[in-house]
Design a protein around this ligand. Sequence first.
Ligand code: URA
Length: 244
Amino acid sequence: MDRLQKIIAASGLTSRRKAEELILQGRVKVDGQVVTELGVKPRKGALIEVDGKAIAREDKVYYVMNKPKKVLCTLNDEHARRTVVDLMSDVPQRVFPVGRLDYDTTGVLIMTNDGEFANEIIHPRYHIAKVYEVTINGILKTEEIKQLEQGVVLDDGIKTLPAKLWVTNKDFAHEQTSFELTIQEGRNRQIKRMLEVFGYEVRRLHRRSLGPITVRGLNVGEYRLMKPFEVKQLRRLANEGRLK
Ligand code: URA
């Protein structure tokens, strides 16, 4: 059961801190009774009113999107570029992306209004395997593959966790290598920074899966609701923290 101020904030009415002020000011009622304490945990389905108006209680929703290129994973952009939230404007809940994919990266992106769930999935303490299809501007050497798999030290001085790499194509005509790379972390621009260690540039980056979640059946830019078992599976994987 959530605390009253959290429920009010989750309704989208205001921030948690402002909700606390509203409670202390005696402007909040639970089942018809004014509540001025902050610790109250209303029963499920309780009628919560602020200034006499019932708040909308948002159901938690979980979507998977096949993120297109040229779309940002931020909530809004100062240059008015399209964001993943703009792509989901017909969804009534206020969803946000779980983690980030770069502007030009495509593939699996989870969108939700459940902050706790999002935290579990992206927290560095939890590990969920993510499979990326990568194309770089050069021919990857065996020794580099070994190092990428064992972990490389990124520009922040921190070594990456073990990864798996399968070369799918060495294209000598175009001087490029395509491969699948499975990582269990989600550091900022991680794949690009891993390849930068050896001086390569990423030409194409597509996240094929996040744990058991794929974009199979979804065209670029499309999204679907995740099934309850998929949400459960992701939570379980995050907490097990193993490379799958
Ligand atoms: N690694 C990157 O460099 N970019 C992404 O978008 C995802 C992983």
